[in-house]
Structure formats: C-alpha cells, structure tokens
Design a protein around this ligand. Structure first.
Ligand code: FE2
Length: 360
C-alpha cells in the first residue's frame, strides 16, 4: 500500500457554480471540467477546479436526498472528501477495510482512451471520507467519462510562473474533546501514517491540543486539533458547534512566493487575518535573518517561524462562510519540513481576534 499524495479534495457546497466563481475570481483557480446527470453523476452537479498541482471538486446536490444536499444542510459548505493518490486502489481498499476503515464505496473503474482511473472510498473521521485514486495513462483526464474536461480554449493557462498556489500542504481537522488520540491512532494503525508533531496551544485562556500525522511519502499531512475542556471554551468549540461536529477547519495551500500570492489574492478581495505590528519588532531575533522585507511582511500580516530544517511563512484567510467554519491558509516553506510553535500560537491568536471582534 503506497499513498503518494493528495489527489484532490471535494467540497460539498450550496451552489457549485457560485462557489467556483468565487474560487476562480479571488484565488486564481480555473475550471478544468464538469459533470452532472448528463455524464452519469446522478442528482449532482460537480465542477473541477485546478491551479498548480491542486485539484478541487465543488459538488452541489440537485435533489433533497443527495449526500451533498444532506451534508450542506447539516454543516454548511465544507470539505467532504480528501482523496489520496495510491498505486493500487483495489489492494489499498482491501487492506484499509481489513485494518478497520469503514467501506464507503467499493472500487470502480473509469476509462476513456488510454486513461484509466480506479476509485474507491473509505471512512475518515465524522462524515468525511477518503477516496483512493489510482491513475494510469495520460493525466489529461480527471475522472474519465464522469467529468468532461474543458477544451483548451476555455482553459487558458496562465503559465507555471503565474501560479499563485502550488499544492495542498496540509489539512487541519477539528475533532471533539477526547477524540484527538483515537483519531491520530486511526491514521497510524489503518493508513500507516506517522505522528510527526505534537503541540499544546494556549490562546487567551483557551487551550487546544494538536497532533500532526503524515503519510510515509510525506505528501499527505493532517493536523488534528481538539479543544481542552478544562479551559475556557474557545474557537475550536465554536467550530465544532457551528459545523455540527468534526470537520475540516482549514486547507493550507503552498506557494513559492507568499508576498506575491497574498498581495495578489488581497487585490482580488480575499481578506486575511491581521497581526499586531509588535510581532515583527523581534522577528529576526526569533527566526534569524530573512531574505524577505520585514516591512512587507508586517504590512501583509504574514507570520514567520522556523523548525529544525528551515523557515516557514504562513497566513490565515478570514472564513468565507456565514458559519465562520472553513477557512484557508497560505504557506511558503523555505526548508522547514514541519511546523513552528510560535506561528501556530500567533495564527490562532489572529483567529481569536477575528472571532471575538466580529458578529456572525
Ligand atoms: Fe495550518
């Protein structure tokens, strides 16, 4: 069993066309394809968005009893599927189910020309599932037959150099109190992931525990967070309440140039969380010399930290949802392989200022 990376994520949303307009206009995604009842996707409309190596499917239910309709009714818009690329879907599916994963959808093959894609689905946490994706042949097709790819003309490429976002660096998941250890153990025992980082975060009298689990390929990284119920209720409790259970709190996109990416996204209307100017006064003492202008980082609110291997620059967006649940992160790694304690605390402090300063 080999999990080589995150193949794509699928969001269930109230209106896939409107959400696609937002992600394309504000975040620089392009529509690569779409499917619906006419392509065999019963009761749903799905749009495939892409940028760099990121692939994101936006799906809306067209009928009341479609799972996407039910998900949105319960949670609002959010991540419903985290798909992993595997070398052998049938074998991986059998192994995962044998190790205790819930069987959600047995292996199915999609083929068109030389492209074959085999998918299956197993349980993850709460109602979020993991789709296993095995790709053979040309990569031009995403889900042959079910998703019709846009023609080249409709899908004008901005060119590699202009890509703001490159990959999904990690996905952060909020789980209820007492669920952190069993969830981490599930990924270790069933998926063979390794725990690479652990941190207790204290923000304004609130506490949260986190563990990071990662695939052997180091290309799938999940940050798991639970609230500390011994402390004052805070933003993780809020997330769990408004999302109605465990779910994806944020998706982190990597970029090769965070200053350029955040500047461009902000120009297109994306709102980022701010950080007090004093954070930058002692920055070089904490993280060493930087080859980015500190004044620019201060202006944008980009946070800087380091781990054993190098530096990392990060920023959170405001949540774009009425429930203030899912939000996004932009991250640039300059050698850093894990996370830095200083940034995690500063990011959640910024989130706290957003939540306490704004009405829902
Ligand atoms: Fe993150």
């Amino acid at each position: 069993m080999k999990v080589s990376g995150i193949d794509h994520i699928e969001l269930y949303v109230g209106d896939a066309r409107q959400a696609a307009f937002y992600y394309c206009t504000a975040f620089g995604f392009r529509i690569y394809g779409q499917g619906g009842p006419e392509t065999g996707l019963k009761g749903q409309r799905s749009l495939l968005l892409g940028q760099g190596d990121v692939r994101m499917v936006l799906t809306s239910g067209l009928v009341p009893d479609h799972p996407a309709t039910e998900y949105v009714r319960r949670h609002g818009d959010g991540v419903a599927v985290i798909a992993m690329e595997v070398d052998d879907t049938e074998q991986t599916y059998a192994t995962l189910v044998e190790r205790g994963a819930g069987a959600v959808a047995s292996p199915a093959r999609y083929a068109l020309g030389d492209a074959t894609v085999t998918v299956a689905e197993v349980s993850g946490f709460s109602d979020v599932t993991h789709r296993l994706v095995e790709r053979e042949g040309p990569r031009a097709e995403f889900l042959p037959g079910a998703i019709h790819m846009s023609t080249v003309d409709e899908n004008v490429d901005a060119g590699e150099d202009d890509e703001l976002l490159r990959t999904i660096d990690h996905i952060a998941i909020c789980v209820p109190a007492q669920a952190l250890a069993p969830t981490a153990k599930y990924y270790e025992d069933v998926f063979g992931f390794t725990e690479i980082f652990e941190e207790y975060i204290e923000v304004g009298g609130q506490g949260m525990d986190s563990k990071v689990v990662q695939s052997d390929s180091k290309q799938v990284t999940l940050t798991l967070i639970e609230p500390d119920t011994a402390r004052r209720p805070g933003q993780i409790d809020d997330f769990l309440q408004w999302h109605a259970g465990a779910g994806v709190q944020h998706v982190a996109f990597s970029t090769g140039n965070i200053v350029a990416a955040v500047t461009s996204l902000a120009e297109h209307g994306v709102r980022f969380l701010g950080t007090p100017g004093s954070y930058y006064d002692t920055l070089t003492e904490r993280v060493g010399e930087l080859d980015a202008p500190i004044e620019k980082l201060r202006e944008l609110g980009v946070l800087v930290d380091r781990d054993h291997w190098g530096q990392l620059l990060q920023i959170f967006t405001e949540s774009m949802h009425v429930r203030r649940t899912l939000f996004l992160e932009i991250i640039e790694r300059r050698g850093a392989l894990t996370f830095g304690s200083g940034n995690i605390k500063a990011l959640y402090e910024a989130k706290n200022r957003e939540l306490t300063g704004a009405a829902r």
